[in-house]
Design a protein around this ligand. Structure first.
Ligand code: CP
Length: 313
């Protein structure tokens, strides 16, 4: 059984094959999924992930079924041994086993609760589906990882620079009014390292990535200085919450970490989206020719078709 939960579970050569196929098969329409149904289970909102997965499955001749937990689908419990006398109506153990009888693969989006750090670090929801489903599971962003986004990001860098090896990329923390998950930052940093990019993480004091992620990054460079951004080929901006003050929004003193053209310099700008203009990223960046965000969003479609083909192959 092949799942796609985290790029770190795949070799560089396997990921290179995915990118190669995504480029070669851009625009591909096929019937490879004829007669097959894929469930898209969302615990959280989405614009790009939902649209790009539904279109990808349709372009491969399959049938996507989108389910929104808490909106017409029962609230699901993930804790082992839970006494389910509160707001959760069904256990993931049971839901995963039932959905495996209907679908040929299951894609899951499940953000962290941002209340219990130790629990979130176990990536409990996507891991419960991996454990109890008997069909391939694809991670559409979990508490810890967003691997489909990271593969679209690697494709975007490959297209812009003709390579990933040695491309200088900064993962830059950006201000946000809410405490956000680390998943996008985690997956981008790991994938960029796997693809041989020269990675620097630029963030304020206290905004580290989880130790389990840092352990996968080798001797990654760390900086607290936004002037580092001007030295890069690519600046990938993303806000994430403090692990020390877990779930607590960043102080207003960090508003100066909004990325604008002056901070960006000549680099290509990347962000997974959605983003808050003029809070996280300034209009002058988003409306400039340096913005690669819309290519990243398009590339979700191309890489996801290959990820689906790989796990169902
Ligand atoms: N980048 C991304 O996953 O976007 P959505 O949250 O809109 O799906």
């Amino acid at each position: 059984m092949k799942h796609f939960i985290h790029t770190g579970e795949f070799s560089r050569s396997e990921l290179e094959t995915l990118l190669h196929n995504a480029i070669a098969n851009k625009g591909l329409r096929s019937n490879v999924l004829a007669g097959k149904s894929i469930g898209l289970l969302f615990f959280n909102s989405s614009l790009r992930t939902r649209s790009s997965f539904e279109v990808a499955i349709a372009q491969l001749g399959g049938h996507p079924v989108t389910l929104e937990v808490g909106s017409g689908v029962w609230n699901l419990e993930f804790r082992e041994g839970a006494v389910m006398n509160a707001d959760k109506s069904e256990h993931i153990k049971d839901a995963a086993r039932v959905l495996s009888r209907y679908f040929d693969a299951l894609c899951v989006r499940s953000f962290p609760g941002l209340k219990n750090l130790a629990e979130d670090m176990q990536d409990p929801i996507v891991e419960a589906f991996r454990k109890y489903a008997s069909i391939p599971v694809i991670n559409m962003e979990s508490a810890l990882y967003h691997p489909c986004q990271a593969m679209a990001d690697m494709l975007t860098i490959r297209e812009r620079f003709g390579k990933t090896e040695g491309v200088k990329v900064a993962l830059s923390w950006a201000y946000h009014i809410k405490a956000l998950p680390t998943s996008v930052a985690n997956s981008f940093a790991v994938a960029a390292h796997q693809f041989g990019c020269d990675v620097t993480i630029v963030a304020p004091e206290g905004y580290v990535l989880p130790a389990a992620v840092m352990n996968q990054l080798g001797n990654v460079k760390l900086s607290h200085d936004l002037n580092e951004l001007k030295k890069q080929d690519v600046v990938y901006a993303k806000s994430w919450g403090s692990l020390e003050n877990y779930g607590v929004p960043a102080p207003e003193s960090l508003k100066s970490w909004m990325i604008d053209l002056d901070k960006l310099g000549p680099a290509t700008f990347m962000h997974c989206m959605p983003l808050r203009r003029n809070v996280e990223i300034a209009d002058d960046v988003m409306d400039s020719g340096q913005n690669a965000c819309y290519d990243q969003a398009e590339n979700r479609l191309h890489v996801q078709k290959e990820i689906i083909r790989m796990v169902m192959g």
